[in-house]
Design a protein around this ligand. Structure first.
Ligand code: SAM
Length: 280
């Protein structure tokens, strides 16, 4: 990293994210409308189109903390990873990276912003794993309880209460910040404080860190991850739930409808499963 401009911008992002990230890990601050809108604006709308340039600034090291987190998850869960959730998928970087490790898993990638999901969908066209993109908020994931084996969260809003709800017993969350390596231990302690997970490990990697949290029940038998003969679409809709009342959903011609009659329209073929966008 010889270019002084690159070195300076990486140093500034380290300072900035080392200050911001602990606040995002405090549920009372993270769930404020103000915080969530600010993050969605800064990480999404303001930088969305330039996010690939930011990734390139890291000169191949953007994914190093997630790579270590994924390797650790594989070590702990072996081949029991069937459903992987990428929260705040952005350009789809994490989905692509994880698909290399878990090529047979089913991926569901969520983002608050339609524009980012379009980028992610485009970038993930060449991967062999099955990936569905859904517009949703990390704080109200439209997923059934205990439906995910692995939840991936990088450089976006963490909501560990929601992650613990959607994780199967023994399921794992890998949370990464690629710039705030200085606060790796603080982040680990903050995640431990929720007492939602049995095991919490993590470490600093390059400029960033990962925290891996595993739910209790790892000795239990995993559920049947894929039902034989099930199509890709059926599999997705078996996992999805209404973000408002968590009831099951079914596919209609122009959208998704839940048992309580909340309707969520498709936008460019992507289900918009945001509570505030529900019809009916
Ligand atoms: C900085 S980008 C990171 C993208 C990707 N995880 C990565 O590491 O390359 C953050 C992404 O999170 C999304 N985001 C921000 N707040 C969110 C929320 N509450 N729910 C879902 N996505 C959110 C933004 O729209 C943006 O696409």
């Amino acid at each position: 990293m010889k270019n002084p401009f690159v070195a300076l911008s990486l140093f500034i992002s380290q300072v900035l994210f080392s200050i911001i990230t602990p606040f995002l890990l405090m549920p009372n601050i993270a769930r404020l409308r103000f915080t969530r809108h600010l993050i969605a604006f800064c990480f999404g709308r303001a930088y969305g189109n330039r996010y690939q340039n930011i990734i390139d600034t890291f000169r191949g090291k953007y994914g190093s903390a997630m790579a270590r987190g994924l390797a650790k998850a594989k070590e702990m869960a072996g081949n029991n990873i069937g459903v992987i959730v990428d929260c705040g998928t952005g350009t789809g970087f994490v989905t692509k990276q994880a698909a290399e490790q878990f090529p047979n898993a089913v991926f569901i990638a969520f983002d608050l912003l339609h524009e980012m999901l379009m980028q992610a969908r485009n970038n993930c066209r060449d991967i062999t794993a099955e990936v569905s993109h859904v517009q949703a908020d990390t704080f109200a994931l439209p997923l059934a309880d205990e439906s995910a084996d692995l939840v991936l969260v990088q450089n976006t809003m963490p909501c560990f209460m929601e992650f613990a709800r959607v994780c199967r017993p023994g399921g794992i969350v890998v949370y990464v910040d690629s710039s705030a390596g200085w606060i790796a231990n603080i982040a680990k302690r903050l995640v431990k404080r929720y007492l939602l997970f049995e095991t919490v490990v993590g470490e600093r990697i390059d400029l960033g860190f990962y925290v891996l949290a595993q739910k209790a029940g790892k000795d239990k038998e995993y559920g049947k991850l894929q039902i034989e003969g099930e199509t890709e679409q059926q599999r997705l809709y078996n996992l999805l739930r209404c973000p408002i009342d968590k009831s099951a959903v079914s596919i209609k011609q122009d959208g998704v409808c839940c048992n309580e009659n909340h309707q969520f329209l498709f936008h460019d073929g992507i289900p918009v499963m945001l509570a505030e966008k529900a019809e009916g």
